[in-house]
Design a binder for this molecule. Structure first.
Ligand code: NI
Length: 297
């Protein structure tokens, strides 16, 4: 091997190496290009997904903006709503005719959803109102029923907390019954009762001094609790005259049945069905605490 040959071979080797290197390089470039292409595709895909997402979040943001625009500020609402409700409620309707006969139907011993709601519905149907003397310990359980009756314009009085016979109680017992029932009603309606129907119709001097509310008796006893018979209830209610206060109980389905017949009958006769407060207002009676009232006559 001479020098030239050696050189040639070296050169050949070098060129071979170079060619080898060049082949590797083109393969590498292609590989790189492929990798770059994949990366670009992935990047584009990621970008697309991101765009979609921001699109939906923008939509959500836009929606919530619309919502907040539609509803008034939450801080304003709760303070205004109860005020509006009490403003809307008219305890005494001013559009009644004082020259037309009036009767105050009253219901004791409730509330009881199954019966009270039926009576309230019938009254509302005929734009009639009544007074419910509720038992304090039933008020929390039937709070929706009580609210329903009150919101329809009916009057809510107290019939004590435990339906206790106040005439047999000592001072502390009477005060406890009055305070506890008043608070139970106030917790649900936001207002205290203005009238008391004494349980068992029993009244004594100690009660007159302590109850702090006018005591509402009745002039017509439907005896609905005794007969639990629609015909017999209606028969007793035939005697109803202008100014009467009628005693009933919203505990018995037969009482609700009777009311469905009695209310349209009374209206046909020309009666206006009113609360005790309305009856007293139109008859010029200023009810006083501790006094007993039997009617608006
Ligand atoms: Ni009772």
């Amino acid at each position: 091997m001479d020098f030239g040959e050696k050189r040639n071979r070296k050169r050949w080797k070098q060129t071979e190496g170079k060619e080898d290197f060049a082949g590797n390089r083109s393969r590498l470039i292609m590989l790189n290009a492929a990798v770059i292409l994949i990366v670009v595709v992935i990047a584009m895909a990621v970008q697309l997904v991101r765009l979609n997402r921001t699109g939906t979040t923008n939509d959500i943001k836009a929606e919530s903006v619309v919502k907040t625009e539609q509803t008034p500020l939450p801080t304003e609402e709760p303070t205004q709503e109860p005020q509006e409700e009490t403003e809307e409620r008219e305890d005494v309707r001013k559009n009644l005719n004082p020259d037309k006969p009036m009767v105050a139907l009253t219901f004791d011993d409730g509330p009881y959803d199954k019966v009270t709601n039926r009576i309230v519905k019938t009254l509302a149907k005929y734009e009639a109102r009544a007074t419910f003397f509720v038992v304090g310990n039933r008020v929390a359980k039937y709070s929706d029923t009580l609210k329903n009756a009150y919101n329809d314009g009916n009057e809510i009085g107290t019939h004590t907390y435990d339906h206790g016979d106040l005439s047999k109680m000592k001072k502390a017992g009477i005060l406890w019954e009055m305070k506890k029932s008043g608070r139970a009603i106030q917790d649900v309606l936001g207002v205290k009762p203005d009238l008391l129907r004494p349980p068992y119709g029993n009244v004594n001097d100690k009660m007159r001094r302590l109850v702090g509310l006018p005591m509402i008796y009745w002039s017509i006893d439907s005896e609905d609790w005794k007969s639990r018979n629609v015909k017999k209830i209606l028969k007793r209610c035939k005697e109803i005259q202008d100014g009467d206060i009628v005693l009933m109980h919203d505990l018995y389905p037969t009482t609700a049945d009777a009311i469905e017949k009695l209310v349209p009958k009374l209206i046909k006769k020309g009666f206006q069905l009113v609360t005790v407060e309305e009856l007293f207002y139109y008859r010029g009676i200023e009810a006083q605490a501790g006094k007993v009232y039997y009617s608006g006559k």
